[in-house]
Design a protein around this ligand. Structure first.
Ligand SMILES: Cc1ncc(C[n+]2csc(CCOP(=O)(O)OP(=O)(O)O)c2C)c(N)n1
Length: 375
């Protein structure tokens, strides 16, 4: 196991001075260490992993130092375009180090959404011609491995990667835990929204614990999951999935339960929703100011007003509700308020420790969701 502090110091010794990324559950403690010890102007929690690569490229171009980009392998797809068309040696040749948390590593059990990505993680790096190594668990070996990669990266003027397996980094106590802007929990908000929906309403729930909380609530209420799509992966795309469904089924109310980190990841979806004029679409942003599901790191834009953005993007209505009662009233009013609408709910950060996961397979849940929609 490698101590976060030791690895961070090794990076600093090699001249690293800039970090960007999207937090990951396997890199959770290291991300917290970076957040705590790096001057804020030298650490950017990016909107998405492609943005993190671009930020690192900019810093690398400006300073000639080697920037670090941290990410979960789920975000590898987001990095492909800037890696191949910007940082690649055949374009601008920008050395940068990616630290990639390897969810779904073959041979280890993990959630279904991580399995295929886990299988192709190393192959994708090979296909892109990105030199990589698995980060060894022993500190001396890790340092050697890093030094070899840095040499290769500088010599070939190429991005390079360290792939990080589960359990590589030791604990780092997060004393600076981010605290969300509200007092209601995400779970309470989801329950309040769900209580006020009719049996015909469709819910698309964002990546992370929101979907698990919705699933558990449906279980508590009798186990009907047929109207819910849980976006276990595809972070940032829930609102466009909901938009597609709302276009396909104009006779149904479609409610997207989005996270603030996820909304930020593809904020460009909001003008598209605004322009859609879809009267049957409601976008609920569960704003806890953090990437709570992977460890509670702040999002990179904690001061953004999602209602302000939605208004500028042409949504038909917006609202902010901070109490369970207010949330209930806003959802009950949906049917008399044509959308597209955006309801922002400021929340506290955190989740129940014993939160479960869906008991049925995603294939089975997907099948019953499809048959509900096509009925
Ligand atoms: C493309 C991609 N990048 C990163 C992740 C890892 N990830 C899963 S959930 C999550 C945090 C989501 O934050 P937010 O949308 O604010 O919801 P919260 O967890 O706070 O409810 C992250 C970073 C992912 N699944 N996919």
């Amino acid at each position: 196991m490698i101590e976060c502090r030791a690895f961070y110091d090794i990076l600093l010794d090699r001249g690293v001075e800039f970090f960007a990324g999207v937090p990951d559950s396997l890199l959770r403690d290291f991300c917290w260490y970076v957040n705590r010890h790096t001057p804020s102007e030298r650490h950017v929690i990016a909107a998405n992993e492609g943005g993190a690569i671009a930020l690192a490229c900019g810093y690398g171009l400006a300073t000639g130092t080697i920037p670090v980009v941290y990410l979960q392998n789920a975000g590898q797809g987001n990095t492909v375009n800037p890696l191949l068309s910007l940082a690649n040696p055949e374009v601008y040749g920008i050395p940068l180090l990616m630290l990639i948390g390897w969810r779904g590593e073959p041979g280890r059990s993990d959630e279904p959404q991580h399995i295929r990505q886990g299988q192709v993680t190393l192959g994708l790096l090979e296909l892109m011609g990105i030199p990589y190594k698995l980060l060894p668990l022993e500190q001396g070996e890790a340092t050697e491995c890093l030094d070899e990669l840095i040499e290769i990266g500088i010599e070939r003027e190429t991005p390079f990667a360290l792939v990080v397996r589960k359990g590589t980094f030791g604990r780092y106590a997060n004393e600076s835990g981010a605290i969300g802007p509200g007092s209601v929990t995400r779970e309470e908000a989801i329950r309040a929204v769900s209580d006020c929906l009719s049996k015909r309403d469709i819910v698309v729930a964002t990546t992370g614990k929101a979907g698990r909380e919705l699933y558990e609530y449906r279980e508590d209420k009798g186990g009907d999951h047929t109207r819910d799509l849980l976006c276990v992966g595809s972070m940032g795309h829930a609102s466009q999935i909901a938009t597609g469904i709302a276009i396909g089924r104009p006779d149904r109310q479609v409610i997207c339960l989005d996270g603030d980190g996820a909304a930020l990841m593809h904020l460009g979806s909001l003008p598209i929703i605004g322009a859609s004029g879809l009267e049957n679409l409601t976008h609920v942003v569960l704003n806890n100011g953090t990437h709570d599901s992977v460890g509670g790191h702040p999002t990179g834009a904690t001061r953004v007003s999602y209602t302000g953005v939605a208004e500028a993007c042409g949504y038909a209505w917006t609202g902010v509700e901070e109490s369970e009662d207010g949330i209930r009233k806003a959802i009950q009013a949906l049917r008399s308020r044509p959308g597209p609408g955006l309801l922002e709910i400021p929340l506290s950060t955190g989740a129940r420790a014993e939160l479960g996961r869906p008991k049925q397979t995603l294939r089975k849940l997907g099948r019953s969701f499809k048959s509900t929609l096509r009925r």
